[in-house]
Write a new protein. Structure first.
Length: 367
């Protein structure tokens, strides 16, 4: 799976800009603020139809314009395809090969991505909501039905919370409606729980061996923390029933997979409290490289790897270990302010997009 061309219109600082002739290994170089991450963001949007930089996607539109449009051309074992995403104040419109997509879920993950940036190295210290969102994105790239289950579950939780708030004001309402909602919530919640549990188990099957490339003698794993912890539907319904009075009093659902979290462990200890900042970064790096292997070895999917300003965060040994761990056939996009941050042998194999000079050329042809 390879991207061959990107067309940007009114996208952040670009009025109209095309990038093409990408190779397997691409390095985007330029000073800070020139638009390196903007190219990475457009690739991310083309896959997931959302930005990793902002929730206010209207702010992506170039100042003075009313819309932005990105178009990504790619191929995957067959004819070339193109994806188009348009956004204005009225919302998003998406196309695949010029055909309008009525559902966003039909558009996303036509090509899969794994991203690694300084912000994602902070995942260990982030909020549970941030960690859940990350897990949801990764699983949805592998299982499109997961988005459907997640949307169903979130709608059910909203409906239940709305009814709980009404019960707070009027306890004469028929609370049997909660029994109906709880039944459906557990059904959808179990599907989500099993997808998350299976994905974390897959990461754990790789992460420790990968981490040994950085530091030996350490045990690294991820512990999934969920209210469910079982596939016994009746047991879960009893737990919800037991929490009912509490939920009515607070007006919200206090038990379910919407509260899930997971923690990263070093030698059985919570890395958030126990591990140094340097070790935390290496744990996330090992997790990301585990995911690359999961996509390739378990799902026969070659993801596109986005490394945004990562190498300034790592020493030379660990920068080199990234490339040693990668499948040579996956496409990689790297942003950097200085080619000195990247191993010379890697640079020689890459196509260089020099935004300072406004050109792209093979490094070996550069003086």
């Amino acid at each position: 799976m390879n991207i061959t061309r990107i067309e940007l219109l009114n996208f952040r600082n670009y009025k109209k800009k095309n990038f093409d002739n990408f190779s397997n290994l691409n390095i985007i170089i330029g000073k800070n603020g020139i638009g390196k991450t903007t190219i990475i963001e457009s690739i991310y949007l083309g896959s997931l139809a959302k930005s990793f930089k902002t929730n206010n996607e209207i702010s992506i539109i170039k100042d003075g314009e009313d819309f932005f449009k990105i178009k990504v051309f790619y191929f995957d074992y067959g004819p070339k395809k193109n994806l188009e995403l348009y956004l204005d104040k009225n919302g998003k419109k998406t196309k695949i090969n010029t055909k309008i997509q009525r559902k966003l879920s039909d558009f996303i993950s036509q090509y899969r991505i794994i991203m690694l940036s300084p912000d994602e190295l902070k995942l260990i210290k982030s909020s549970p909501n941030t960690r859940r969102n990350y897990l949801n994105i990764q699983i949805s790239q592998l299982h499109k039905e997961y988005i459907y289950y997640l949307n169903n579950y979130n709608t059910l939780i909203k409906n239940k919370n709305d009814f709980l708030k009404k019960l707070m004001l009027n306890n004469n309402l028929d609370s049997r409606y909660l029994d109906i909602l709880d039944e459906k919530i557990v059904e959808e919640g179990l599907k989500i729980y099993n997808y998350r549990n299976n994905y974390i188990e897959l990461i754990n099957s790789y992460i420790n061996d990968i981490f040994k490339n950085y530091i030996k003698g350490q045990k690294i794993n991820i512990e999934y923390e969920s209210d469910y912890k079982t596939n016994d539907k009746e047991r879960l319904l009893k737990e919800l029933k037991k929490n009912r009075n509490k939920e009515i009093n607070i007006g919200m659902t206090s038990f379910g997979v919407h509260r899930d979290d997971y923690k990263f462990c070093q030698n059985g200890n919570d890395a958030k409290e126990y591990s140094s900042q340097g070790i935390q970064k290496l744990i996330i790096l090992a997790m990301k490289l585990s995911e690359v292997k999961i996509f390739i070895e378990k799902y026969d999917i070659k993801p596109i790897l986005l490394l945004d300003d990562l190498f300034s965060e790592l020493d030379e040994k660990n920068r080199n270990n990234i490339f040693k761990s990668l499948d040579k056939n996956i496409q990689v996009f790297i942003t950097t302010t200085d080619l000195k941050n990247i191993n010379k042998r890697i640079v020689e194999k890459a196509k260089i997009f020099d935004l300072d000079e406004g050109v792209s050329k093979w490094k070996k042809n550069m003086a």
